[in-house]
Design a protein around this ligand. Structure first.
Ligand code: GDP
Ligand code: MG
Length: 600
């Protein structure tokens, strides 16, 4: 154990965590020098520049410093990569729990941001040794001295404890590795105690099933052992255990302090829950590692095939996605407007977008996603409580005693110049200011209570645009509160389109209805007849727009008799229809269903 170091890198998104990780892997010759990033292996992650699923990788580092407390020689450094987005913060907290130390990476041009702080708090909660690293010092706009002040202010370390590095040029990478050896404590634990290993991640492999990543807190595990997962109670045989280099390296045995993987023929991601504890069936540990929490979907939306005959395919695709994404939930639902589909539950909006994109790319499914909403607690007059994730699931208003909606505790870090507009935005979203603190010079941290339902609808985009990108945002769920909700319906030519209904606070309902009508007018193409768009609360129409008719003849501009060109155009028009949905006699494009997300 003396020569093992388990650490992670925490950072605000885009501050250079993955790039720095790559440099560490190159320096230790764990990987060849490359152009791309090695740790993000899903295409989508590469494109979006975010690490969706966390990974672990083992490096061997030849430590050569003269130091009174540390022997020279080979050290095993386990780097545990963590996702950087709020939707995945539970996964971050578990991967952090598997470490003894953390590199806190801060972009030298951006300074401390919201997720720097929220990740830092998680790391401090787990008692990790924090090594601050200022990254991107190669950039002309770097302000390492100012950022150093911010970090000192934030964690109260000494100036000389802060490292400087560049993931681009590789400067400072050796210092980072030396600091990991010298400052991150070696893992502790009892080799002879019953096995107690923390599952901090899992991946799906189509040949081998689910591979669970774990860190052994106590005891040891051997190939062939009979094991049990504490929280699910499921029992398995450890068909293979090993360590993670660039590939999996099978081992006969892993012991206390080590990080590795287990393969035991599991086919369904639901059985492998991040945060669960692995122990032996004979001689089990007396209790699970603490902190386990069931991940709960907070954002829900309907997902419908554009072509109704794809319904079974969509179900099969969702089932496959769920195999490697245990946080995705779905159940059948039907809509008058859209037919048969599924109500899916997501961790957050980003998670929803990712699922939608994966359905498109990996399964070639054309789907329509409806307006997302959060889950509400509805109490009826008999005191019974019901969770509602769908506007159409709202019981008869007469039977409802009251409704509660989820609230978040939000932290926003920004430049003082943008305090005004950000306050206005948050208050507009029914937020309540908790406190406001200056971090340094002209940067400020604002704390708000906000209804989650308001964040789901066009909050990020607005925050970004009013702050010109100089605001970072982070949140955690903070209980349910009493709320006055109204169901807003949208009617097209008199027909209510259930897929466009939204649940919203009564105070916002009329305004939202008006803006939705305006937006839909922009998004729905003119057709051969007038289209009336109306917003209604109950029987009361609160807004109305009309789309004037047009005789749309795309071939009109093809003068002369070029038949092949005409045919091409007609085919193009047909293709353009693919993303349309027929609602009554009106054709509605996919983007209209998400109109509510893009209201100005
Ligand atoms: P992550 O979201 O924290 O994993 O950030 P990435 O590693 O994906 O980096 C975000 C962006 O910053 C990428 O475009 C990187 O190429 C760039 N980047 C990362 N580290 C450095 C650095 O030290 N110097 C410069 N100039 N760019 C960097
Ligand atoms: Mg990354």
């Amino acid at each position: 154990m003396k020569h093992i170091r388990n650490f992670c890198i925490i950072a605000h998104i885009d501050h250079g965590k993955s790039t720095l990780a790559d440099r560490l892997l190159e320096y230790t010759k764990t990987i060849e020098v490359t152009q791309g990033q090695m740790l993000d292996d899903m295409d989508l992650e590469q494109e979006r520049g975010i690490t969706i699923k966390s990974h672990a990788i083992q490096m061997e580092y030849g430590y050569e410093n003269e130091h009174p407390d540390f022997e020279k020689g080979q050290y095993v450094l386990n780097l545990i990569d963590t996702p950087g987005h709020v939707d995945f913060s539970y996964e971050v907290s578990r991967s952090i729990a598997a470490c003894e130390g953390a590199l806190l990476v801060v972009d030298a041009t951006q300074g401390v941001q919201a997720q720097t702080i929220s990740n830092l708090y998680m790391a401090i909660e787990q008692d990790l040794e924090i090594i601050p690293v200022i990254n991107k010092i190669d950039m002309p706009s770097a302000m390492p001295d100012e950022v150093e002040d911010e970090i000192i202010e934030l964690i109260g370390c000494k100036r000389e404890d802060i490292l400087r590095a560049s993931g681009k040029t590789g400067e400072g990478v050796k210092d980072v590795l030396d600091a990991v050896v010298e400052r991150v404590p070696a893992p502790e634990g009892d080799k002879d105690a019953p096995l107690q290993a923390l599952i901090f991640d899992s991946v799906f492999n189509s040949f081998r099933g689910i591979i669970a990543y774990f860190k052994i807190e106590n005891g040891s595990i051997k190939k062939g052992d009979k094991v049990k997962f504490f929280n699910t109670g499921m029992e398995y045989v450890a068909d293979e255990v090993g360590v993670l280099k660039m590939n999996m390296m099978p081992k006969k045995q892993l012991s206390t302090g080590e990080v590795g993987y287990i393969i035991s023929g599991i086919k369904n991601a639901k059985e492998v829950q991040v945060g669960d504890t692995i122990t032996h069936i004979d001689n089990p540990c007396s209790k699970a590692i603490s902190g386990f929490q069931e991940v709960k979907s907070m954002v829900f939306a309907g997902v419908y095939p554009i072509d109704p005959s794809d319904y079974e395919n969509l179900r099969a695709s969702l089932e496959k996605l769920q195999l490697n994404d245990a946080s995705l939930t779905f159940m059948p639902e039907s809509s008058v407007a859209l037919g048969f589909g599924f109500r899916c539950g997501f961790l957050g909006l980003l998670h929803m977008e990712i699922v939608q994109e994966r359905l498109d790319r990996e399964f070639n499914m054309d789907v329509i996603t409806t307006v997302p909403n959060v889950s509400y607690m509805v109490y009826d007059k008999h005191g019974e409580q019901k969770e509602v994730h769908n506007p159409s699931g709202l019981p008869d208003l007469m039977s409802i005693d009251h409704i509660e909606e989820p609230y978040i505790y939000a932290t926003i870090i920004t430049d003082t110049a943008y305090i005004g507009p950000i306050m206005t935005l948050c208050l507009d979203k029914r937020g309540e200011l908790i406190k406001q603190e200056y971090i340094s010079g002209n940067r400020v941290e604002i704390h708000f209570h906000l209804p989650l339902g308001e964040i789901v609808i066009d909050f990020y985009d607005k925050l970004k645009s009013i702050s010109k990108g100089y605001a970072s945002f982070d949140y955690h769920i903070d209980g349910f509160r009493h709320s006055k909700l109204a169901k807003l319906d949208i009617l097209l030519n008199g027909e209510s389109v259930d897929a466009l209904s939204a649940l919203t606070h009564v105070d916002n309902a009329v305004g939202l209805g008006r803006r939705m009508c305006e937006k839909l007018k922009e998004l729905i193409p003119r057709q051969q007849f007038d289209i009336a768009i109306q917003a209604a609360i109950g029987a009361k129409i609160v807004a109305r727009e009309t789309i004037k008719c047009v005789r749309k003849d795309v071939t009109a501009k093809c003068y002369g008799g070029d038949v092949s060109r005409k045919r091409k155009l007609l085919e193009k028009q047909k293709k353009g229809k693919k993303r349309m949905k027929q609602i009554g006699n009106v054709e509605v494009p996919q983007k209209a269903f998400l109109a509510v997300l893009k209201l100005d």
